[in-house]
Design a protein. Structure first.
Lengths: 111, 119
């Protein structure tokens, strides 16, 4: 059981907007630690998608955006495309555990 | 370009040991902390361990503490994890990843190596 929780799945039609929540607590996201997001395409290694809550590495389309408020963070995908079908993970640091923590992952399905 | 290549995975019996390696290139290895992250079949990502840029600080997940040891050789651009007393629940793909700071974003990942613990 992860200390940061994500919905197991979200889905949307091509062109739609979907959001993925990442809910933590006062010892991780709520303590001000940054949230990072990773995309894992089927059969591949995770790749950094959003860092430090709302920043995109070079090469990541601006369809992907991140936000953070209180003990939660969100990843939004606008203009959903078939190639966005993947698993998405949030990551932060937890001061009680003194460790990196990952959310359980969210599978995005394009209908 | 930045590359991380894991090796050393395979099938091992419960209670035995295995050492994984991660060879890096394309950046100054000695400037970065490094992590091991694993993913059991069909499951999510689980953080395993981190080592500071100079090897002076190491931290472990509770699930592997006392059994796994992370290490590095900056002269060879190599990261390692020694896994002892392996259990069936250690079966996973193991990824090495570069940390931009320490407990910061993991900005580059290897392709992973599969460890299967089975009798």
């Amino acid at each position: 059981q992860s200390v940061v929780t994500q919905p197991p799945s979200v889905s949307g039609a091509p062109g739609q907007r979907v959001t993925i929540s990442c809910t933590g607590s006062s010892s991780n996201i709520g303590a001000g630690y940054d949230v990072h997001w990773y995309q894992q395409l089927p059969g591949t290694a995770p790749q950094l998608l959003i860092y430090s809550n709302n920043n995109r590495p070079s090469g990541v389309p601006d369809r992907f955006s991140g936000s953070k408020s209180g003990t939660s963070a969100s990843l939004a995908i606008t203009g959903l495309q078939a190639e966005d079908e993947a698993d998405y993970y949030c990551q932060s640091y937890d001061s009680n555990l003194d460790s990196v923590v990952f959310g359980g992952g969210t599978k995005v399905t394009v209908l | 370009q930045v590359q991380l290549v894991e090796s050393g995975g395979g099938v091992v019996q419960p209670g035995r040991s295995l050492r994984l390696s991660c060879e890096v290139s394309g950046f100054t290895f000695s400037n970065y902390a490094m992590h091991w992250v694993r993913q059991a079949p069909g499951k999510g990502l689980e953080w395993v361990a981190v080592i500071s840029y100079d090897g002076s600080k190491k931290d472990y997940a509770d699930s592997v503490k006392g059994r796994f040891t992370i290490s590095r050789d900056n002269s060879k651009n190599m990261l390692y994890v020694q896994m002892n007393s392996l259990r069936a629940e250690d079966t996973a793909v193991y990824y090495c990843a570069r940390d931009y700071g320490y407990y910061d974003k993991l900005d580059y990942w290897g392709q992973g190596t599969l460890v299967t613990v089975s009798s």
